[in-house]
Design a protein around this ligand. Structure first.
Ligand SMILES: NC(=O)c1ccc[n+]([C@@H]2O[C@H](COP(=O)([O-])OP(=O)(O)OC[C@H]3O[C@@H](n4cnc5c(N)ncnc54)[C@H](O)[C@@H]3O)[C@@H](O)[C@H]2O)c1
Ligand SMILES: O=CCCC(=O)C(=O)O
Length: 526
């Protein structure tokens, strides 16, 4: 498919007139064709108007129609074949195997949401039958279901050009909920975005849905991004990126005459707690595996383990020696964009110059135009507490070890950490009491707690939580990965004393949908 450099507004394609961007191949430094002109307020207006016009028709689609639409998007993505993979590799600098895995994850999550839509549990149908004879007051007939919020603005993320981008998790969950989507494509991978966007556009056409179910705009965050979030027809936002970007969108959304939810996934340093018996038993193995997780994808994961806590002593020395050896052999890796490399280098510089922080290892020297060199630092708990800057995410393969006097100090540090996506415990049976004591602190601070694993590599499933308290996300009550992500784009409506013919199918006494419903407080399968 020839790339055109055009935006997708409903069923049409349109060249943007604002300053064009070209993708830079980060492996070679070369600018790639075609140029992508940016959108203006007029295109934001058109995409939002179409999305709003499509909303009532789209949300009225049957469960089967909507599920089959999601499956068609997955199919269209797969039919792009190698072209999608090659373009994503070229635009991101990520290896082919990683992009192929990401494509499988992307189509897998679309198909998983299709199953979720079909089973209808997300409608959360509830019926409290009328109690006309109840004293002192009768109870009315009350029936509740979830409905979609309305059009959603989705910001493609730079670091997952497929799974967190145009047809990624935010788009899949919003479409599953019944919300039209307007994507603000990320300028780092415009060609990948065009291909994925055209796959979604083709699926809309094939499934005979209203054209406004999906649009995709290129352009500046200040024009297209801000314009979308401020538009009164947009009712929610999905975002993965920088803390500054996410916070700017939260402010715009909160300042609207009608504020809307922003589900922004921003910054997390994902602490790893090395408990004493685990360190005694396998400090070297932990050190080596930790470096594998730290350097995966040039460290450009929001789940990257950027902080390690352990009790000082010979076991920690063994861990540091093993990690330093592994890191010392880690090749420099291509980062997504020159801007992301620069931010990473500045972060490493900041840690290198911080008083009481010691560099314990660095990866192999870079030899490409956009390559980042891994780095490992160490400090003590008091110095960490004294310098809030040490807690800032360094997006890339850099991590900071905190030497603690004892496990109580590890808990004290945990207690003061900002909200995180994940926390990891490396532990043995003998560490159970220490882990038990840490658990309440971690539950208050993070969205996912892992034992004897590493946080990178998020499973797309029903029980997954990829979220956490601020600033890891804007709203810690949600997840952006896994089927629970659909809830972000829904809200409950209650129908009181409705005649049967006016009720939605899922709430009728003899519903043809055969859903599991909560009837008078009890689950009933029809
Ligand atoms: N935690 C994570 O998962 C994660 C992922 C990617 C990037 N980052 C961080 O973000 C930095 C920059 O990377 P990036 O370009 O991917 O993220 P970014 O936040 O700068 O941009 C993401 C998207 O948001 C838009 N945007 C940014 N600021 C905006 C604003 N004020 N108003 C409206 N729209 C705005 C951009 O145009 C882009 O489309 C990285 O160096 C890294 O620190 C973090
Ligand atoms: O970068 C954010 C997402 C991380 C992720 O999905 C993973 O670790 O698999």
């Amino acid at each position: 498919m020839a790339l055109t450099g055009e935006m997708l507004i409903g069923a049409t394609r349109l060249r943007g007139t604002e300053r064009p961007v070209r993708a830079i191949n980060p492996s070679t430094g070369e600018a790639m064709e075609p140029a992508y002109g940016g959108g203006t307020a007029a295109e934001v207006e058109r995409a939002c108007a179409l999305a709003w016009a499509a909303f009532d028709t789209y949300r009225a689609t049957t469960l089967e129609q909507r599920a089959s639409f999601l499956e068609t998007v997955a199919q269209e993505l797969m039919e792009l074949g190698d072209e999608l993979v090659e373009r994503a590799v070229a635009e991101s600098g990520l290896p082919r195997g990683r992009i192929e895995g990401e494509r499988a994850r992307t189509v897998g999550q679309l198909r998983l949401f299709a199953q979720v839509v079909r089973d209808g549990l997300w409608l959360d149908a509830r019926i409290d039958p009328a109690l006309p004879d109840r004293k002192p007051l009768p109870r009315p007939d009350l029936r509740q279901r979830q409905i979609p919020l309305g059009p959603v603005a989705v910001f493609g993320a730079s670091n997952f050009p497929l799974a967190f981008s145009v047809a990624g998790g935010d788009t899949a969950s919003a479409l599953a909920a019944g919300c039209p989507v307007v994507v603000k494509a990320h300028s780092a991978h415009p060609g990948t975005s065009e291909l994925a966007g055209r796959a979604v556009q083709a699926a809309v056409r094939k499934c005979e849905l209203p054209e406004g179910v999906f649009s995709m705009l290129f352009g500046a965050g200040s024009v297209v991004g801000q314009g979308l979030v401020a538009d009164p027809r947009i009712k929610a936002v999905g975002f993965t990126g920088s803390r500054a970007g996410g916070v700017a969108l939260m402010k715009t959304a909160a300042a609207r005459p009608e504020p809307i939810p922003v589900y922004a996934e921003m910054s997390s340093i994902n602490p790893v707690f090395l408990l004493p018996a685990a360190m005694k038993a396998r400090a070297e193995a932990i050190g080596k595996a930790f470096v594998g997780s730290l350097t995966m994808g040039a460290g450009q994961f929001c789940t990257n383990p950027g902080l390690v806590l352990a009790v000082e002593g010979p076991e920690l020395d063994r861990f540091v020696a093993a990690a330093a050896e592994a890191l010392g052999a880690a090749p420099a890796a291509t980062m997504l964009t020159p801007g992301i490399l620069k931010a990473y280098q500045e972060g490493v510089e900041r840690l290198s110059n911080a008083p009481k922080v010691q560099k314990v290892a660095e990866g192999l020297l870079h030899n490409g135009p956009t390559q980042g060199q891994a780095a490992l630092f160490m400090t003590d708990a008091a110095s960490f507490a004294a310098d809030p800057g040490l807690e800032e995410e360094v997006f890339g393969a850099a991590s900071l070890i905190i030497r603690c006097q004892d496990t109580g100090t590890m808990r004290d540090v945990a207690e003061k950490l900002e909200g995180q996506l994940t926390a990891t415990l490396q532990m043995e049976k003998e560490d159970v009491e220490e882990a038990r004591a840490l658990l309440p602190v971690l539950e208050r601070r993070v969205g996912r707690i892992l034992v004897n694993g590493y946080p990178t590599g998020v499973e797309v499933s029903h029980a997954m939580v990829h979220g956490g308290p601020y600033p890891s996300t804007a709203d810690g009550r949600s997840t952006s990965v896994g089927t629970l992500a659909i809830r972000r784009f829904l809200r409950p409506v209650c129908y009181q004393d409705f005649p049967a013919e006016l009720l939605p199918e899922e709430l009728r006494d003899n519903s043809p949908l055969h859903l599991l419903r909560l009837e008078d407080g009890k689950p009933v399968q029809h």
